[in-house]
Design a protein around this ligand. Structure first.
Ligand SMILES: Cc1cc2nc3c(=O)[nH]c(=O)nc-3n(C[C@H](O)[C@H](O)[C@H](O)COP(=O)(O)OP(=O)(O)OC[C@H]3O[C@@H](n4cnc5c(N)ncnc54)[C@H](O)[C@@H]3O)c2cc1C
Length: 445
């Protein structure tokens, strides 16, 4: 992306703006501000940028803290990734695949090569693993959701919605429930049906390309956060890593940020910290206490990633495959995706039995589940479990999320947990960052 040459008026240039946190939300905010000619200082505690979507080194191999899936409907995220790509590629660093949910031997749903929404209707009618009656019922279920415009008069759980729609047990088990757990990181008994419908509306009922799956073909820090930092720095902004923010206070002359680098003053602040850090840092501002109470009331749900390094020749038949009945939910072939031959990553979202066993036992169980399906994989050379215990907030029925605009002028909240019709995802994080940046820009005229 070109350096911004048109740097706006003097007022914008002089405003001192801090972004706390260099996750996807904070960096999206910083980029949006910098694109408009504002000077930004980003303060990030970690050495590696990207927050909950970042690179983690293990044995000299670049893993991610969690295996991520993007979808074609992630408009803001894809816009930003493309802007930084520079190569003119449509999806730099991502492998775009038409929707294909495949649990070998049990279920397969593939988007048909037809315009939307026929791609999905035909996909459902041809789905493998469902009887003819179940396929027709699943297609009718989508039709009903469409006629409801994907809106509920009152939020209920995903399980209650599926019961109301009389969806078959098989379609629930292999299609709707795995989609719900992957998208909302919350089990169907608790998950918000309205948020689930918002995701279905944009992904399955949007344009055909909106239902595409986009799988990272490089580590997550290299996909967006690191190029964003390079671009910000080249445009004269400062991104300080290894700088932990301890407290923020507000006064007549703006904000004082106390961090491991000392105390600094800013005119406006976008707080893009994870929800479980926000209260600690913003506590000195009494006007925020009701907002902080809302944030503290959020419950969190884990996401585990299990990496297994097999011999280099080991391969899964597809880049991404589903599993049923054990711990493993989705497996990704990092050889096919990132050229990391023989490396398989397995994701386990939401709360569950996996939290009750130790990591070595979990890795052994996942290995056995992979071996049962694909005996040719052999034994792994090493395994590594990464447990993000507070992966995302639990997206439960009627969950209350704070607005990006706070009661304190000049202070904004960005992050996947802030108000959005999406669950905690890269897209909600990026959208919130962009929204905060636009509010700052509006305020300086
Ligand atoms: C394992 C896992 C798998 C996931 N899978 C998917 C997926 O497949 N698809 C999808 O769309 N989403 C997925 N998500 C969700 C997605 O990663 C998050 O929604 C998104 O990364 C949140 O970004 P954020 O910027 O809001 O917050 P964060 O990423 O948490 O960013 C906050 C930043 O603040 C920094 N920070 C914290 N404390 C301080 C401090 N005191 N001072 C300074 N800096 C501080 C942190 O280091 C971090 O960099 C997954 C999440 C996890 C954990």
């Amino acid at each position: 992306m070109d350096r911004v040459e048109n740097v706006g008026d003097d007022l914008s240039r002089k405003a001192r703006i801090a972004v706390l946190g260099a996750g996807w939300a904070g960096l999206a905010a910083a980029m949006t501000l910098a694109e408009s000619g504002m000077r930004v200082t980003v303060l990030e505690a970690a050495r590696v940028v990207g927050g909950r979507a970042r690179r983690v080194e293990h044995n000299g191999v670049a893993l991610d803290n969690g295996l991520h899936i993007l979808i074609g409907a992630y408009r803001e995220t894809l816009r930003m990734v493309r802007q930084l790509g520079g190569s003119g590629e449509r999806d730099p660093g991502l492998l775009r695949l038409p929707l294909d949910l495949h649990i070998p031997g049990k279920f397969r749903l593939r988007a048909a090569r037809l315009p939307a929404p026929l791609h999905l209707a035909a996909g459902l009618l041809w789905a493998q693993g469902l009887s003819l009656g179940e396929r027709v019922r699943a297609a009718r279920c989508m039709g009903r959701l469409r006629s409801m415009r994907f809106r509920l008069s009152e939020d209920v759980s995903v399980a209650a919605l599926l019961a109301r729609l009389r969806e078959s047990d098989t379609a629930r088990r292999y299609l709707w429930e795995p989609l719900c757990v992957s998208a909302l990181n919350t089990g169907p008994d608790e998950a918000s049906a309205q948020v689930f419908l918002n995701v279905l509306r944009d992904s399955l009922h949007g344009r055909r390309a909106d239902s595409d799956l986009l799988l990272p073909a490089r580590d997550l820090s290299a996909l967006f956060p690191e190029p964003a930092v390079r671009w910000l720095e080249s445009a004269g902004n400062e991104v300080r890593t290894g700088c932990t923010v301890d407290a923020l206070s507000a006064g007549a002359a703006g904000f004082a940020v106390r961090s491991s680098a000392g105390e600094e003053h800013f005119d406006q602040v976008i707080c893009a910290l994870p929800p479980f850090r926000v209260a600690q840092v913003l506590d000195p501002i009494p006007a925020l206490h009701p907002t902080l109470a809302t944030i503290e009331a959020l419950r969190h749900a884990p996401i585990y990633s299990v990496y297994l390094q097999y011999a280099r020749a080991a391969r899964l038949p597809q880049s991404m495959l589903g599993f049923d009945g054990g711990f493993a939910q989705w497996a990704f072939d990092r050889g096919r995706l990132c050229g990391q031959d023989g490396l398989i990553g397995v994701v386990i979202s939401a709360r569950g039995r996996h939290q009750d066993i130790d990591q070595a036992a979990l890795a052994r169980s996942v290995q056995a589940e992979l071996a049962a399906q694909f005996p040719a994989l052999g034994a792994p050379h090493w395994t590594r479990v990464i447990a993000e215990k507070r992966g995302t907030f639990a997206c439960t029925v009627g969950v209350s999320r704070p607005a990006q605009r706070t009661p304190v002028p000049g202070l904004y909240l960005a992050g996947d947990y802030t108000a959005s019709d999406y669950p905690a995802t890269l897209e909600s994080a990026v959208r919130s960052g962009v929204a905060c940046a636009r509010m700052v820009l509006d305020s300086v005229g």
